[in-house]
Design a binder for this molecule. Structure first.
Ligand code: ADP
Ligand code: NA
Length: 344
């Protein structure tokens, strides 16, 4: 078996919600804890990507530190994983420029993330009219930066959600284009594989037809990882369910009830159908009480660890510094070779 290099990134959005934890961070922690001793694991907080949307600099600097504290509090161990801020390793931007210059525009235009971004600035009456002044170039090219993030470390495996598979394919295409253009052996960059992580989509507590998201203006639709038990309990009590008697897992016809069941199953690390059986002759009141308590059990420890770490700026800075050094060391050889290959 070849040695694995596992790489993933997350934006510095500060405090996360339950969907981010169950859908992304918990998978990272599991990968780290189940990794083989010779696996190399890198997790990065991608500040450059955050700049594609307007940011308040003061808030951004707090959010990136909060993200680091969150990852540590929920179990990313800087002894086992290289944990670092993307912007602390200059090679991401350097390599992304090189990739910019070998990526055809048409390939970027085909990204569904770009297409849906374009749709947001389309004239409602005339679809052909697009106000591109509302978009910046970074929004168009950030999948190239993502490719650089991954390829700088010669990653072999990238744990991402299914919504990212197109970007991963672009990364492979860019690696392949570079190899064909600059490497006589045509194999310099490793073509990374997607590690599709379990699809644990958490839904909005108020409208379970949509996913739990930070962009919903109503904060009662989501559980934040810093919520107190009182806040959790209040949100779960007011979660939308249905008036059908008894509890069954039926995501199509009973999305609210099923969302609560899958949250409970995730907290217990159990199979959702098995969990549902326990409630078949019970009511929503009992289920909600158990969901609140399970969430408290899951979040209590990390929540206080987060609050503690957040105050310990010296420790956070030391973790970031050590992570940056390790990240730079891991990308150095690749970058030197790249420069030689392109003639600069
Ligand atoms: P948001 O939708 O709140 O803006 P992001 O788009 O920043 O979240 O996603 C960050 C990570 O969290 C991604 O890996 C994404 O797949 C995951 N994620 C976000 N929302 C959910 C959810 N409701 N259920 C499961 N995973 C989610
Ligand atoms: Na989002």
């Amino acid at each position: 078996d070849e040695r694995r290099v596992i790489f993933s990134g997350i934006q510095p959005t500060g405090i996360l919600h339950l969907g981010n934890y169950l859908g992304a961070i918990s998978n990272w922690v599991k990968l780290q804890n189940e990794a083989r001793p010779d696996d190399d694991i890198l997790f990065t907080i991608v500040g450059w990507h955050a700049l594609t949307l307007p940011q308040n600099p003061k808030e951004l600097s707090v959010s990136r530190r909060d993200m680091l504290a969150t990852l540590l509090a929920f179990g990313i161990d800087p002894k086992r994983s290289v944990l670092f801020y993307q912007e602390d390793n200059p090679c991401h931007v350097e390599l992304s420029w090189i990739f910019n210059c070998i990526t055809p525009l048409g390939q970027l235009r085909r990204m569904t993330t770009w297409k849906s971004r374009l749709a947001t600035v389309r004239n409602a009456n005339d679809e052909s009219e697009v106000d591109e002044s509302l978009l910046n170039a970074g929004l168009f090219t950030y999948p190239i930066l993502q490719a650089a993030d991954i390829l700088a470390y010669q990653a072999t495996h990238v744990p991402v959600g299914e919504d990212q598979t197109q970007h991963l394919q672009l990364t492979r295409d860019i690696a392949d284009a570079f190899n064909r253009t600059f490497d006589p052996q045509k194999k310099f960059f490793t073509l990374p594989e997607v590690l599709i992580t379990p699809n644990r989509r958490v839904r909005s507590l108020k409208d379970p037809s949509t996913k739990m998201s930070k962009s919903n203006p109503d904060p009662s639709t989501r559980i934040m990882l810093t919520d107190t038990f009182a806040q959790i309990d209040k949100k779960i009590r007011s979660a939308v369910t249905d008036s059908i008697h008894g509890i069954t897992y039926d995501p199509v016809n009973r999305p609210g009830t099923s969302n609560l069941l899958s949250i409970l199953a995730a907290c217990e690390n159990a199979d959702v159908e098995e969990v549902a059986k326990r409630y078949v002759d019970k009511g929503h009141g009992v289920l909600k009480k158990d969901v609140s308590e399970a969430l408290e059990g899951l979040l209590k420890g990390p929540r206080s660890e987060f609050e503690r770490l957040r105050q310990d700026r010296g420790y956070l800075d030391a973790v970031a510094k050590e992570g940056a050094e390790k990240a730079r060391a891991r990308s150095q050889k690749t970058m030197e070779q790249v420069r030689t290959m392109i003639g600069l």
